[in-house]
Design a protein around this ligand. Structure first.
Ligand SMILES: Cc1cc2nc3c(=O)[nH]c(=O)nc-3n(C[C@H](O)[C@H](O)[C@H](O)COP(=O)(O)OP(=O)(O)OC[C@H]3O[C@@H](n4cnc5c(N)ncnc54)[C@H](O)[C@@H]3O)c2cc1C
Length: 401
């Protein structure tokens, strides 16, 4: 690639966040290059993507091929799994109560990234290699890859994950922290119907969540202390199925045909500013959130759609899309949405970890009691979850489910 060929946007990283950012920028009329090795084909996770994110997949013209492999989520049930005497009531959020057919869909990560990869290959310049050097100049950024080949762009999207080198090159600091927890994921068959409901069992060590999949299958995100997670990972399938059945208290009946398990240590991270020196941060380069309440990739979709809108409008006006003014628009547009999600999930997780403290448990219980009793409150929470007021980019609007 000739060094003088200047792109509007260079996305570094081809994980789900980088691919969705590249695809969104390309359909917004921006000349885009996406640089990064292909995504992990052995990722066994699924992503619960809410209405706005699914709308983006429709606008990228990949929803038809993904829908057949995905399951609508029509309800979210929160069950207090603490051993306290004062247990909170069960809360059931039903999408139809808020006027939607579904909150969103549970989509396997591998077909999702394959579909996004196909869009990027068709609509962007796709380089399946790692970037080895980033030089930020006054008017553009030059990226080096392979045998000293270079590519130049006005604006770089750092979507190179939680240890982002592009973020460091731009001088963007992060706050990082860890949780004494790991999440075990797997897909399993079960005897009873899930009825499209995702169930979160809130236990003192963290939530155990089962998200509906096609037919009588569900996807597990089981959060435990790291030592216990290690023990559960080492069990043979039938012993694990038995323990999972017990943890779920018979909710889905007997459990069988488990896929291999994977574990993810939990941590959190938040970029102190979201754009600086011709670089914007997106996906886990900007925010790392525990897998509770399905927030991470939904936030990344909003990063992508917002960036595409701001950069697309700047280009149409003939502005420099990497200017400080354009960067500051992205930072302002994204910081409230990202900040509130990081805060809310951290608070929820820490309130579970501290639920042995009576005051904390009482406050959590009262919150769940209020949600269980008030349809208006539940509807507000549901609408905010599907498309937050703080972030409504055009690529995610319209055609509500
Ligand atoms: C157990 C679990 C369950 C989850 N469930 C959900 C869910 O239901 N819903 C939801 O919304 N979110 C969910 N998430 C969050 C979601 O998976 C993440 O937000 C998402 O995967 C982050 O993607 P990313 O592209 O930012 O990062 P990554 O997937 O880490 O991708 C970063 C990419 O950058 C590349 N890279 C790094 N350095 C370079 C370089 N120098 N040059 C080029 N490329 C580079 C890497 O190769 C990698 O491909 C879950 C997370 C976990 C752990």
């Amino acid at each position: 690639m000739a060094g003088k060929d200047i792109f509007d946007i260079a996305v570094i990283g081809a994980g789900p966040a980088g691919l969705v950012a590249g695809a969104a920028c390309a359909i917004s009329g921006l000349r885009t290059v996406v640089i990064g090795p292909p995504s992990n084909p052995l990722d066994r996770r699924t992503s619960a993507l809410f209405g706005g994110s699914v709308e983006l997949l429709k606008k990228l013209d990949i929803w038809a091929r993904l829908q057949a492999q995905s399951e609508p989520i029509t309800g979210i049930r929160i069950v207090d799994g603490s051993k306290n005497l004062l247990r909170a009531p069960e809360v059931l959020f039903e999408a139809r109560e808020a006027g939607f057919e579904a909150f969103g869909y549970n989509i396997p990560n591998v077909p999702l990234t394959e579909a996004l990869e196909a869009v990027c290959q068709a609509s962007t310049t796709r380089l399946p290699v790692a970037v080895s050097r980033i030089d930020i100049g006054a008017e553009n950024v030059t990226l080096t890859y392979g045998d000293d080949a270079t590519v130049t762009a006005r604006l770089v999207v750092a979507a190179d994950g939680r240890r982002s080198a592009a973020r460091t090159a731009a001088g963007i600091d992060v706050a990082s922290w860890t949780y004494p927890q790991s999440a075990i994921v797997a897909t399993f068959h079960h005897q009873r119907d899930h009825h499209g409901i995702s169930t979160e069992l809130h236990r003192p060590v963290g939530p155990l969540t089962v998200v509906p999949g096609p037919g009588k299958t569900s996807n597990l995100v089981w959060i435990e202390e790291p030592e216990e997670a290690k023990r559960l990972l080492a069990l043979d399938d039938s012993a694990f199925e038995h323990e999972l059945g017990q943890a779920l208290k018979g909710l889905l009946g007997s459990i069988s045909c488990l896929t291999p398990r994977q574990a993810f240590p939990l941590s959190g991270q938040s970029a102190r500013i979201l754009a600086k020196n011709r670089v914007v941060v997106a996906g886990e380069a900007a925010h790392v959130i525990p897998p509770i309440g399905a927030q991470g990739l939904n936030l990344s979709c909003r990063d992508a759609a917002t960036l595409a809108e701001i950069a697309g409008e700047a280009k149409t006006r003939g502005e420099d899309i990497g200017s400080d003014a354009a960067l500051s628009r992205y930072d302002s547009a994204r910081k409230a949405d990202i900040g509130t999600r990081i805060f809310a999930i951290d608070l929820l997780n820490r309130s579970l970890l501290s639920s042995h403290i009576p005051g904390v448990n009482l406050a959590r219980g009262l919150g769940l009691f209020a949600l269980a009793s008030s349809s208006t409150l539940r509807t507000q929470v549901m609408r905010e979850g599907i498309l937050p007021a703080a972030s409504r980019p055009a690529l995610m609007s319209g055609g509500e489910m």
